[in-house]
Design a protein around this ligand. Structure first.
Ligand SMILES: C[S@@+](CC[C@H](N)C(=O)[O-])C[C@H]1O[C@@H](n2cnc3c(N)ncnc32)[C@H](O)[C@@H]1O
Length: 406
């Protein structure tokens, strides 16, 4: 029955009127065969969730999900990257296991204890982990506060986030972060997953905090107890645009005296650091590695006169540099016959869609085959500023020095 339901989502686009019509037809056939309506509905839900879960898990079609469980689950890439920290540890406890997104990366070749107070999640986690191989899996349906951790040499905890609390305070999770940190008094090697907006002053002394982005999307923060920590701050990019595509990390200790490195006038190139780097406070570290500088002490854009490709930043060539003025920018863009426009901003407020409409009011403002331009809105020496840029790539023709307009 699950295979029949799955075919509805794999047979076409997976959404829209095509899959709705296929679902109706398959549902009618299954019910005519005597399958109870609730079972048919459950099979369709599972098939739809597996289809969506393929973005997170390589073997999603063999796994089980609830809608909330899938939404909260770590992606396989993030979980595998994190699990490497527990190398050499044989008995792990995965607290707040959910549907087992982390457990399936932690389990292979180990003894693992899965704990959750939600019986459906716990059962799904056990099935999902079994499908990925473990030396031994134990489950405990309980509040994690009641788990006996004696004999375990590593603990991972991914507390539930209270929805609606955007402040991401330490108590905005269940169990609260202070409880999670105190686990290190019982088992030395502890990793805690947290929201990426977590204030860094909540990190206990001696712990490492890692900010993880997938491509350009900031996904999560992970805190490692002193027994697992190897640095103070880490910024990791999963699936970087580099050829090998493996996760890459930038590590360092933020320098409070010079958080973003030296400051100077913009050069020919602009770097837009990964949100993992900015959250980790490692813009200064990145600047040092790239031989770059900040263009304003309050803004995380970096600049240089030599292009250095990096998985930790988008690299742009500056074509023009001018005070931010919509009419003048619109004239500049029209004069260049551009093919597309992307707008990036840091340090300047405003509605990007509205700005795009004002900059390119007519269809013919975009020219087929014209250059793809990125408009960077920011602040320079405390003044609203704009850069017109193109993306840099290894064969890019160096542009003349950017014109400073106005
Ligand atoms: C964020 S999800 C875990 C996601 C998981 N790491 C994954 O990748 O699939 C949080 C889970 O914690 C469970 N949970 C929250 N508070 C708990 C508590 N006090 N004791 C046990 N489980 C709890 C919820 O039932 C939920 O399944």
């Amino acid at each position: 029955m699950l295979a029949a339901a799955a075919a509805v989502y794999t047979g076409g686009s997976g959404s829209g009127s095509g899959s709705a019509a296929r679902e109706l037809a398959v549902g009618a056939r299954l019910r005519a065969e005597g399958v109870p309506a609730e079972l048919v509905a459950a099979a369709f839900t599972q098939a739809e969730l597996r289809h969506r879960a393929a973005a997170k898990f390589a073997r999603a079609e063999e796994m089980f999900f609830t809608r909330a469980g899938l939404e909260q689950a770590s992606s396989q890439a993030a979980a595998e990257h994190r699990a490497a920290r527990f190398a050499g540890r044989r008995r792990l406890a995965d607290l707040c296991t959910g549907i087992g997104g982390d457990a399936l990366a932690l389990a292979p070749g180990r003894e693992i204890l899965l704990v959750d107070r939600d019986p459906v999640h716990l059962r799904m986690a056990a099935l999902n982990v079994a499908a990925h191989g473990a030396h031994r899996v134990d489950t405990l349906l309980a509040d994690v506060r009641d788990a006996d951790l004696t004999g375990y040499d590593g603990v991972f905890v991914d507390p539930a986030r209270r929805t609606g609390d955007r402040r991401l305070a330490s108590r905005a999770s269940e169990p609260p972060l202070p409880w999670c940190f105190a686990l290190a008094d019982r088992v030395a090697a502890v990793a805690v997953k947290a929201a990426p907006g977590l204030a860094t002053d909540q990190v206990p002394p001696g712990w490492e905090i890692e900010f993880v982005a997938d491509g350009r999307d900031l996904k999560e923060a992970v805190l490692f107890s002193p027994a697992l920590a190897t640095t103070e701050r880490r910024a990791t990019v999963l699936h970087p645009a580099s050829p090998e595509g493996r996760p890459v990390s930038l590590v360092g200790i933020p320098d409070p005296a010079e958080p973003g490195g030296p400051v100077a006038a913009p050069g020919q190139y602009l770097y837009d650091p990964s949100p993992a780097v900015t959250r980790a406070g490692l813009v200064g570290e990145l600047a040092r590695r790239l031989g770059a500088w900040q263009i304003d002490p309050m803004i995380a854009f970096l600049s240089s006169d030599t292009p250095v490709a990096s998985p930790f930043a988008r690299l742009l060539q500056i074509c023009a540099s001018l005070p931010f003025d919509v009419r003048r920018l619109a004239g500049e863009l029209r004069g260049r016959g551009i093919g597309s426009l992307e707008i990036r901003r840091r340090g300047l407020a405003g509605d990007v869609d509205e700005l795009r409409r004002r900059l390119l009011p007519r269809r013919r403002d975009l020219v087929a085959g014209g250059p793809a331009i990125t408009l960077v809105m920011t602040r320079l020496r405390d003044e609203p500023w704009a850069f017109l840029c193109t993306h840099w790539f290894p064969d890019a023709r160096p542009l003349p020095r950017p014109s400073l307009i106005g």
